[in-house]
Design a protein around this ligand. Structure first.
Ligand SMILES: Cc1cc2nc3c(=O)[nH]c(=O)nc-3n(C[C@H](O)[C@H](O)[C@H](O)COP(=O)(O)OP(=O)(O)OC[C@H]3O[C@@H](n4cnc5c(N)ncnc54)[C@H](O)[C@@H]3O)c2cc1C
Length: 461
């Protein structure tokens, strides 16, 4: 038990809030995106700025407490919370400063992509963030950063110019191409293993109005739609980032009956360039079938940033499996289609991303710690359901599906899509770079103070 005096000292050292289990706000403060995660930290430090982060780290180190770092709390693995221990909660640190003349912007670590791009839209600019606006800038960038501009402008971390970080010793450092260069390599992919990032400076891009949306076909056409998409996306220019989804639309969406009856195979994307040229590029996609519904339209980038958010509502139960595919063969497509037809939950979504043949593949493999840049397809089975009692059926189905996909899976995974899957899968996220990350962990966090993450275990402790 922590002495009352120690807690008083901690509280007095903060500009932000100290939340304890007895406080009325405690349950709300320990709630994150994935309802599967039900952890009870001893202390939640809701930071107001860098000084609070330093105070929280120093306190946790002195009292030998486990530490978790919370950006937006969106990660499925739930590592932004710990049982017992201290949560460094950055979710109230959301300021954004845009330097539109230089084409750069600085954002604090608690902002989401929706919030960041909301501010950038004022200047007709956008940052390359997630496919979903509710994801945190922090966790997403430190692990990679796949989103609607990835084929044109690369990963979020490819656009990172510098970040401020507090280390396990409570030191405030900047990492960039000219300062703490080894750390800058590691934080671009190595997740929360090296310290608490407090703010990020990004290169941002003109993207005022984009052509964005989706064509929707009945689920019974999945096999032919996915075969068409495989051919189409292979010819699409880098201005178009697009993907395929199998899902069931919420009843309140005004869509043709057949889509509500059967479910949907959707081909969605964002064209960031001239809307007229985008119209021509998208014509084959919009004409194939034809689709039962076509909701592509010009919109501000900030609206495109959040257009898929409704598919993954906060507070649902999530269990995910993901890997890159060696190929999207007919057999792989047929396996996906057959298993999705048996999904126990109508909230479950299967996503096929096509990212790895644009700007991200032109960055040298060893330039950053990010694991895999060149696999063309990334498959995600995102099992999502509403009632706790349905966990077993959904998890069992996801595992059956995943076993059936085994012949088509690369031994390579995107670290940010991992659940709590053990060291072997973390190694699969980094491949040959894992040992270099261990060496960096030995230097910056030899005691594994930051271990609530996809952990790179130091070899010295
Ligand atoms: C519905 C959904 C959609 C998603 N869509 C995308 C997508 O389109 N593209 C994509 O690339 N990823 C996507 N992801 C994955 C996403 O990148 C990760 O979940 C990411 O961790 C979210 O960031 P966060 O700040 O909310 O993380 P949190 O859950 O807050 O934190 C997760 C971990 O990240 C680390 N971390 C977070 N903040 C910091 C910090 N400031 N300093 C140091 N370490 C930190 C910590 O280790 C922490 O345990 C999605 C996830 C979900 C659930």
């Amino acid at each position: 038990m922590l002495a009352e005096l120690a807690l008083q000292e901690l509280r007095a050292s903060l500009r932000g809030q100290l939340i304890l289990p007895k406080d009325a706000e405690y349950d709300a403060a320990r709630r994150i995106h994935n309802a599967m995660i039900d952890r009870r930290p001893a202390l939640i430090v809701r930071c107001s700025g860098v000084a609070d982060v330093v105070a929280a780290i120093n306190f946790a180190r002195r009292h030998e407490m486990v530490v978790a770092i919370r950006g937006a709390g969106h990660n499925v693995a739930g590592t932004s919370l710990c049982d017992g221990g201290l949560v460094i909660d950055l979710s109230r640190m959301k300021s954004v400063r845009v330097d539109h003349a230089r084409g750069t912007a600085r954002v604090e670590a608690g902002a989401t992509w929706a919030e960041f791009n909301h501010e950038l839209q004022v200047f007709g600019l956008a940052a390359t963030g997630g496919f979903v606006g509710a994801t945190g800038v922090s966790g997403l960038t430190l692990g990679g950063g796949l989103g609607w501009l990835v084929r044109k402008h690369g990963l979020s971390l490819d656009n990172l110019l510098s970040l401020d970080m507090v280390t396990a010793e409570g030191r405030v450092v900047t990492a960039s191409a000219s300062e703490n260069v080894d750390l800058f390599w590691g934080v671009r992919g190595g997740g929360g293993n090296f310290g608490v990032a407090t703010s990020f400076e990004f290169r941002v891009h003109p993207a005022g109005t984009v052509l964005a949306g989706m064509v929707l076909h009945p689920l019974s056409r999945s096999a032919s739609v996915l075969r068409f998409w495989r051919e189409y996306e292979g010819t699409a220019p880098e201005e178009l980032t697009n993907g395929a989804l199998l899902f069931h639309a919420p009843a309140e969406l005004a869509l043709p009956d057949v889509l509500h009856r059967e479910g949907v195979v959707g081909l969605g994307g964002v064209y960031c360039g001239s809307v007229d040229v985008g119209g021509k590029v998208l014509r084959p996609l919009r004409e194939f079938g034809p689709p039962a519904a076509d909701i592509f339209q010009p919109m501000p980038y900030s609206a495109a940033q959040v257009m898929a958010d409704f598919l993954w509502p906060a507070g649902s139960y999530n269990y995910w499996k993901s890997s890159y595919l060696t190929e999207l063969s007919n057999a792989a497509i047929d396996t996906i289609v057959a298993h999705y037809a048996e999904a126990p939950s109508l909230q479950t979504i299967v996503v096929l991303e096509h990212n790895g043949d644009g700007a991200m593949s032109r960055v040298a493999e060893d330039a950053t710690a990010f694991g895999h840049r060149r696999w063309p397809y990334n498959l995600l089975v995102t099992s999502v359901w509403r009632n706790a009692a349905d966990a077993e059926a959904n998890i069992a189905w996801t595992r059956r599906f995943w076993n059936a996909m085994n012949p088509f899976l690369a031994d390579a995974v995107y670290v940010n899509y991992l659940g709590d899957e053990g060291e072997e899968r973390v190694r699969a996220a980094y491949g040959a770079k894992y040992e270099r990350l261990v060496a960096l962990k030995n230097k910056y966090d030899p005691t594994n103070f930051f271990r609530m993450n996809q952990n790179i275990r130091p070899s010295v402790s």
